[in-house]
Design a protein around this ligand. Structure first.
Ligand code: PMP
Length: 404
């Protein structure tokens, strides 16, 4: 059993008020709050270990380098990667996908090739591929979802063609909360000799992930959605793929040698890390991972699932409220609409009660079009949320309905 009252003490922001009311933070899918140890790590890095990494011979630079490279190993272990050289630090999920889209399409795609995605992708797993459409002529193929918001797996296999060069799929939908069967999808992809990229932005804070068990070729996520600092994220890539891909950006740190005529590149992962890396961010991300590991992702997952079940049951008691996304296998995100109330109005009024939810298309406009709705209200959970906070949400929604 998690001691939520104790855990909440690690997150100072959770005890603040907004509009004189206790903050009820239910926007965790957008970004999570930070435990004290993560903020203290950032402070420690700037106060005690601030020096540029990799290039320095001096003591401080070596300490900073050690912290940065130790963080890479922490990430490697957290996701079960074979080697730390398979861990590339990026700015986040978005940059990680742009990196793969750019380097993969440059090396392996030509006019008419296809990237297979799903109808529930975030814009960051749609637009980078469309940019490559402009440059390389690749096209998107889209796997549909059923009325519960689950992926149509048989359609996925039907959409695979000789032109399919890569499958890119979200692990958990940031709108519907659907958990996609990524191991099964990976199996299908590999049966057809197609590499697969998993967008784990919404799953990594909630479920244990083992990239070797999944056997995916790429997996991407952001630190800020898993209690770490903003501005840093991860691209995991199997060594054979990272070796095969050309660099994404050029500059310092990613080179072996440079002349005006010709440049040779560094080994992986440095080949993909041009410029001074965010060594403060990586160290603080590692602290966040240690913090999560100490609580235990299995415990987190179990508690959040129970909270999701409770929230779903309570929301279902509200007349005129419709939950968008009713997958059997679901995690931590509940989108809903209430008859006659625009999501934006609902979000604004909940905010005045101290309840932070998100409204709109959640960077998934094509999904909204598929569902035929303009947007949703989305409450998204973390392990520091409580049953009392769910009660506050329910009371808030009921009050707003009576106002309308
Ligand atoms: N994919 C999914 C499923 C997401 O939920 C998000 C963030 N909402 C992203 C990608 C993009 O993450 P970031 O903005 O941190 O790059």
């Amino acid at each position: 059993m998690l001691n939520i009252a104790e855990i909440r003490k690690d997150f100072p922001i959770l005890s603040r008020t907004v509009y004189g009311k206790p903050l009820v933070y239910l926007d965790n899918a957008a970004t999570t709050q930070k435990p004290r140890c993560v903020v203290e790590k950032i402070e420690e890095m700037y106060y005690n270990l601030n020096a540029n990494v990799h290039r320095g011979v001096h003591f401080l630079s070596q300490e900073a380098t050690n912290a940065h490279e130790a963080a890479r190993v922490t990430v490697q272990k957290f996701i079960g990667a074979k080697s730390s050289s398979e861990i590339v630090f990026t700015h986040g999920t978005t940059e990680s996908i742009n990196l793969v889209a750019s380097s993969f399409c440059r090396a392996f795609c030509r006019e008419g090739d296809e990237i297979l995605i799903t109808a529930m992708e975030h814009h960051s797993n749609i637009v980078p591929w469309q940019l490559q459409g402009d440059i390389k002529g690749v096209k998107l193929q889209v796997v549909p979802i059923n009325e519960n918001g689950e992926l149509c797996l048989d359609e996925l296999e039907k959409k695979i063609s000789p032109c399919t060069k890569l499958i890119a799929v979200t692990h958990i939908s940031n709108v519907l909360g659907t958990i996609n069967p990524i191991e099964k999808i990976t199996e299908i992809a590999h049966k057809h000799n197609i590499p697969i990229l998993i967008d784990a932005a919404q799953s990594i804070p909630h479920l244990p992930i083992d990239v070797q068990k999944i056997d995916c070729d790429f997996l991407v996520f952001s630190s800020h959605k898993m209690y770490g600092p903003t501005g840093i994220g991860v691209l995991y890539g199997k060594e054979k793929w990272l070796d095969a891909l050309p660099p994404y950006q050029g500059g310092g740190e990613m080179i072996a040698s440079v002349t005006f005529e010709r440049t040779t590149y560094s080994e992986i992962p440095f080949k993909f890390e041009a410029g001074t890396p965010d060594f403060v961010g990586s160290a603080a991300l590692a602290t966040a991972l240690d913090y999560i590991s100490e609580i235990g992702l299995k415990n987190i997952s179990r508690y959040e699932h129970e909270l999701l079940k409770y929230a779903t049951q309570q929301l279902q008691t509200i007349k005129g409220l419709h939950i968008i996304g009713n997958a059997t296998n679901k995690s931590s995100v509940i989108s809903f609409l209430v008859d006659g109330i625009h999501p934006y109005d609902m979000g604004m009024l909940l905010d005045k009660m101290g309840i932070a939810v998100r409204t709109g298309h959640h960077c998934a406009e094509p999904l909204m079009n598929e569902l035929g709705i303009p947007g949703t209200v989305r409450a998204s959970l973390a392990f520091y949320n409580t049953h009392e906070e769910i009660d506050a949400l329910i009371k808030g929604i009921e009050r707003i309905i009576t106002m309308f």
